[in-house]
Design a protein around this ligand. Structure first.
Ligand code: ATP
Length: 306
């Protein structure tokens, strides 16, 4: 059973006040892009995980765990537990989504494993697990996992796991500049809290951006570029100052939108057209401000059996 699953970029990431449980309330506009990991699940004697770089990709996979630290393995165990079967499966992951890059690659693999294992073990005629059950299991694994199942463009609230699809017209053209080495998501949130403490201002309640919703609904790339926001960008830049150069290079090369993707360090640039994206990618490559430069379009479909 092979499942293809997309990366995401956050078009809006508004981080609310710190809650008592240590999480933040978020407004998170997720947008799936055509940069895909592929997970294959094959019946086996026990649970194993192998991780490879996808053909044609340059993603470094050495940091990815192959034990129960891998979110895909945890997803497989969760499905097995629900269905009352042994988690006897060999999972092979081919990664094209940068690792610890702020594009939710681990969550994507978890979503792929949920779908693949459910298809492998559940009854095709009378399935025990519905799509909603898979979304619920996804939310148990991590707040970005349910979105990887549905894909497209969606507004996440709560910890990001309560999803409402957003109306989006047309196709947007993106260029992603990956960085050498990842950034830890908890470390970026901690830096965000530290910055806010130092500033001493009250953190506003996060609200969905009207400008962003209008830009998406009308398919207006320029307006979308102007409406992109990410509250984790400032802390990510403090932890990784070299990203400033990457963002500046993209803006100076004509990107109509530029921001750090999620908790970084991948930088996302919006282009006006497919030709413009190719031009922008070539310039960023030559300027040497990224480890690698990849193009993708959005919105892309969520986890899909292929
Ligand atoms: P997010 O955008 O959701 O914050 P991210 O894209 O920054 O996440 P991931 O690639 O999901 O980061 O990986 C974060 C860490 O999770 C990795 O450093 C790795 O140790 C661990 N991990 C667990 N499972 C996976 C997986 N299948 N692929 C990649 N990393 C994984």
């Amino acid at each position: 059973m092979t499942v293809r699953v997309p990366a995401k970029v956050n078009l809006q990431l508004s981080v609310g006040p710190l809650r008592d449980d240590g999480y933040h309330d978020l407004v998170n506009v997720f947008h799936a892009v055509s940069l895909f990991d592929e997970l294959t699940a094959v019946p086996a004697a026990g649970l194993t995980v192998t991780v490879q770089t996808a053909p044609g990709s340059r993603v470094a996979v050495d940091g990815v765990p192959t034990d129960d630290g891998n979110l895909a393995a945890r997803a497989a165990r969760l499905v097995a537990g629900r269905l009352g079967v042994e988690p006897a499966v060999a999972l092979r992951i081919r990664k094209a989504i940068p690792v610890a890059g702020g594009m939710a690659g681990g969550s994507a693999d978890a979503a792929a494993a949920l779908l693949a294992c459910a298809r492998l073990w559940d009854s095709p005629d009378e399935p025990l697990l519905s799509r909603d059950d898979l979304l619920e299991l996804g939310a148990e694994l991590g707040s970005d996992v349910p979105f990887a199942l549905i894909g497209g463009t969606a507004i996440g609230t709560g910890r990001g796991e309560q999803l409402t699809p957003a109306l989006a017209r047309g196709t947007f053209h993106w260029v992603f500049a990956t960085a050498d080495g990842g950034l830890s998501t908890p470390a970026v949130y901690a830096e965000c809290d530290r910055l806010r403490d130092a500033q001493g201002e009250e953190t506003p309640w996060p609200e969905v951006s009207e400008e962003l919703m209008t830009a998406l609904a009308t398919g207006d790339a320029k307006a979308l570029g102007a409406a992109l926001t990410n509250d984790l960008q400032a802390p990510a830049l403090l932890l990784r100052p070299s990203l400033r150069r990457t963002l500046d290079a993209g803006r100076e090369s004509g990107a109509i939108g530029a921001l750090v993707s999620g908790s970084g360090p991948t930088c996302a640039f919006l282009a006006e057209s497919v030709e413009h994206a190719a031009e922008l990618a070539a310039i960023l490559d030559v300027e040497g401000v990224a480890e690698s430069v990849v193009r993708a379009t959005g919105p892309a479909p969520g986890a899909t059996v292929i």
